[in-house]
Design a protein around this ligand. Structure first.
Ligand code: HEC
Ligand code: HEC
Length: 403
């Protein structure tokens, strides 16, 4: 049984929260679809190593795996097919991969995403890589902590509609999948112990397994950290020093092997789930962010959480413009100028206000002086975080296109 009861239910009171309805539906869907879990054997780290090869370098710890959805290659491959399948949407017009495209780091290149029926998402699509290591999921939700929970949102969410599966079409969507001969085999392989495994619980578990398995540690930066000093140019090495230095402060929030302070894995006993206000807005000097995008405040309603977002991993950052939760910064150069100024001053229009003075701004965003050369060095470093092999790796590519 999937654990879908946790997110938001306890602390949510705002009717406008766009996750609530989707989760209610999903709880009903999944509670009626009770399934068994696979019989698997675990080693002392709790990993079913024989069934799934993470393909991780030795220096990288294994990500967490939920007990009720252990990784298997069969689920990963089924999830891959579902991720790239538009039939898994109400109107048959959108798959996960439409908003998460492999060649651009599994983002969509848009300022904000567009759902299957034309709804605008308030936020910029996030890149998918090493998501298994994120202590929370999405831009700003402290209670969304497993992929099994998160995937319900694009599938069933109504505010906005993404893939648009609802009470009216959910059986039709399942019938579409049942009509596909490949799924007859793939579901049976992934869930051999179940009689009729084509249901939403098993769909969600399989997609979660695929996304969990999307790991990437093959950038020039990784090679440099593993001891190959020629992997970074002299300029990128300078940029690396700036990035990890106390003047620019980037590493406080984007540090560690996944370049995010919101990272957890099997070696950790204590999980931190930090969020930060970087001073993007300060509407009318009150600290406010635009009403459709107020960060963790939307969940907790605690004024101190206004404008707080998760520091994303910066892996593949050169590929995933535009930047920030609302896609409002167009280039890495703009991002660096933003941090150098210590926030963003918007002089006119409905969002006018000096973000540099936002009362909830994080103490590590204070601004700094930076020369053109240093900026170029920092960008060279950020470019070194791209894993080219991840963009073409067939394990993560569209399995239908080879038919
Ligand atoms: C309409 C475009 C769209 C579709 C379709 C879509 N996503 Fe996303 N995805 C987004 C956006 C936008 C976000 C950021 C959401 C937020 O912060 O509220 C996101 C966030 C995520 C995250 C969180 C990543 C992180 O670093 O925390 C995961 C995982 C994810 N999507 C997986 C999927 C999967 C799997 C599917 C298919 C079941 C899917 N998405 C379908 C646009 C989309
Ligand atoms: C106080 C913590 C903090 C510090 C310090 C910090 N960042 Fe960030 N960073 C964040 C958060 C939080 C976001 C997301 C903000 C948002 O979307 O509103 C972010 C977003 C970004 C993004 C955009 C990511 C994306 O996927 O759109 C880039 C690039 C970035 N930071 C680079 C840097 C660099 C370079 C530095 C140092 C000059 C730095 N950051 C310092 C917390 C921080």
């Amino acid at each position: 049984m999937l654990d879908v009861s946790i997110p938001l239910m306890g602390n949510l009171s705002r009717a406008r929260n766009f996750f609530l309805h989707s989760l209610l539906i999903a709880v009903i869907v999944l509670l009626t679809a009770c399934g068994g879990t696979s019989e698997t054997t675990f080693d002392d780290q709790g990993v079913n190593r024989t069934a799934f090869d993470w393909q991780l370098p030795a220096s990288v710890p294994l990500p967490f795996e939920p007990e009720n959805n252990p990784m298997t290659e069969a689920k990963f491959q089924l999830g891959r097919h579902l991720f790239f399948d538009r039939r898994l949407s109400g109107n048959g017009e959108q798959s996960c991969a439409d908003c998460h495209q492999q060649n651009i780091g599994f983002t969509d290149g848009l300022v904000v995403s567009v759902g299957s029926t034309g709804d605008l998402h308030p936020r910029n699509a996030q890149p998918l890589l090493n998501v298994a290591y994120n202590a929370t999921l999405t831009w700003a939700n402290p209670s969304l902590v497993t992929l099994e929970q998160q995937i319900l949102v694009p599938l069933f969410g109504e505010f906005p509609v993404e893939q648009g599966i609802n009470d009216g079409n959910r059986e039709e969507v399942l019938d579409r999948l049942r009509d596909e001969p490949r799924y007859q085999t793939l579901f049976a392989e992934a869930y051999p112990e179940l009689g009729d495994p084509i249901d939403y619980e098993n769909i969600v578990k399989a997609i979660a397994s695929f996304v969990r398995g999307m790991v990437s540690f093959n950038s020039d930066f990784d090679r440099y950290e593993r001891g190959q000093s020629s992997a970074l140019s002299a300029s990128a090495q300078q940029g690396r020093k700036l990035f990890f230095g106390e003047e620019l402060e980037c590493f406080h929030c984007h540090g560690g092997y996944n370049l995010s302070d919101s990272t957890f894995d099997r070696t950790m006993t204590f999980i931190e789930r930090p969020f930060h206000n970087t001073g993007l807005f300060n509407i009318n000097g009150t600290g406010d962010f635009p009403s459709n995008n107020q960060g963790v405040f939307e969940i907790t309603e605690d004024p101190a959480d206004m404008g707080k977002f998760r520091a994303p991993s910066l892996r593949n950052i050169a590929l995933t413009a535009p930047y920030m939760h609302d896609g409002s910064l167009v280039s890495l150069e703009e991002v660096i100028d933003f941090y150098a100024a210590g926030g963003r001053n918007i002089e006119s229009g409905p969002h006018a206000g000096d973000g540099r003075l936002n009362p909830f701004k994080d103490g590590f965003v204070t601004g700094f002086d930076i020369t053109e050369q240093e900026k170029a060095d920092l960008i060279a470093f950020l470019n070194s975080l791209t894993d080219e092999t991840f963009l073409t790796n067939e394990r993560f590519s569209d399995p239908w296109s080879t038919l």
